[in-house]
Design a protein around this ligand. Structure first.
Ligand SMILES: Nc1nc2c(ncn2[C@@H]2O[C@H](COP(=O)(O)OP(=O)(O)OP(=O)(O)O)[C@@H](O)[C@H]2O)c(=O)[nH]1
Ligand SMILES: [Mg+2]
Length: 353
């Protein structure tokens, strides 16, 4: 569950990373160097908070997302091919957070010399697209070479050629690969092949105070606007001071939380919970995962020895007030291996191991 924070130089990547992590990574220009900072962040979830109040466990554990602050992407990077080192970093990410500068500040240079968030968003998205187009063209050339030389697996070559020509068509039309649907076999074929526009993406408009954000509806993916510097400053205050500060400025909720929730949703995942006196915990599983697959998130033994799952929906438990009441009202169900887990299920896995 790793998301890469990318964007033009000086767009506010490290500032937002610091806000996310309540950290203090120096926000100096990282000119050309590829230095990656990663941090694990709790996904805010009022359901976990409420379950924790209900069970009063020793430990409360929220779902987690890892963010990596990846500098080094610039307009024009792709023409010469994004550098191997940077590409390697980007390929390890399951999703991308694109930070776009909206704030005015004469003390902070802008690579294009003017502020235009929509222009910057599009130029970065084009950068990713060009990178993929170049990679796909290289692969197609390689496939042609292979055919000329002969001696290679002809059916494999034909299958790959067909697939990569489809990718090429989409990219040439200016569309990201995430707009395409792939069969399971195609997905396997592409798994080892780093393609950036297949990754889900969230655009974050980093605005100054009192500025209004551009219309994110023009993008083909989700976006959110926030005030990076202000959010970082608030994140670095003690919770008490932060509350006072937010009240003074009339800030109801940190946009940062929304950004975390949106980036979690980006990854096509859902949350289930385990509860008890020791621990209330949120777990992340793929949308559509079965009970047995979800059990593996907790421990592989629970999948191997899976007997059944006791399941109650979060809403049912909360409205009935306790596990005993849920049981009495028949809301605690026994489910088998193949049960498709739903977001918000509270599960207890019985295992023979
Ligand atoms: N006024 C204002 N300044 C900001 C905001 N966000 C970032 N900055 C400033 O912009 C400068 C660059 O911010 P960084 O967070 O270092 O940007 P970056 O994208 O990490 O930069 P590189 O790593 O060099 O590419 C710093 O001086 C920040 O204080 C903002 O929302 N408002
Ligand atoms: Mg930085």
């Amino acid at each position: 569950m790793k998301l890469g924070i990318i964007g033009l130089p000086q767009s506010g990547k490290t500032t937002i990373y610091n806000a996310l992590t309540r950290g203090n990574t120096p926000t100096t220009a990282s000119a050309g160097r590829i230095e990656v900072h990663t941090a694990v962040v709790d996904v805010p979830d009022p359901r976990v908070t409420l379950l924790s109040e209900m069970f009063k466990p020793k430990k409360t554990i929220y779902a987690k997302v890892t963010y990596a602050d990846i500098a080094g992407l610039e307009a024009g990077s792709a023409k010469s091919g994004i550098s191997g080192q940077l590409l390697n970093q980007l390929n390890q990410m399951e999703g991308l957070i694109l930070i776009v500068r909206g704030f005015n500040d004469d003390n902070v240079m802008h690579p294009s010399g003017s502020i235009d968030p929509m222009r910057d968003a599009e130029s970065m998205l084009t950068e990713l697209l060009l990178n993929d187009l170049i990679a796909v063209e290289r692969k197609l050339e390689k496939l042609i070479d292979e055919r000329k030389k002969g001696g290679t697996d002809k059916t494999l070559n034909a299958r790959q050629t067909e697939l990569f020509e489809k990718l090429h068509k989409t990219l040439s039309d200016g569309k990201p690969l995430r707009t395409m649907e792939f069969t399971n076999d195609e997905q396997k074929e592409l798994a080892s092949f780093g393609l950036l526009t297949r990754k889900p993406i969230l655009t974050v408009f980093n605005m100054g105070e009192g500025q209004s954000a551009p219309d994110g509806g023009k993008l083909d993916h989700p976006s959110v606007a926030l005030m990076g510097k202000l959010e970082m400053e608030i994140a670095q205050l003690s919770p008490e001071d932060a509350a006072v500060f937010m009240q003074e400025y009339g800030i109801k909720e940190l946009s940062l939380n929304r950004m975390i929730n949106l980036s979690y949703d980006l990854l096509q995942v859902q949350t289930f919970f385990t509860v008890g006196e020791d621990e209330v915990r949120a777990w992340t599983t793929r949308r559509g995962a079965t009970a047995a697959e979800s059990a593996a998130e907790i421990h592989t033994d629970l999948q191997r020895g899976f007997v059944r799952a006791e399941v109650v929906a979060y809403e049912d438990l909360v409205s009935l007030g306790s596990m005993n009441e849920a049981k009495a009202k028949g809301k605690l169900r026994l489910e088998g291996k193949e049960y498709p887990v739903k977001d918000g299920d509270i599960m207890h896995i019985r295992s023979s191991l």
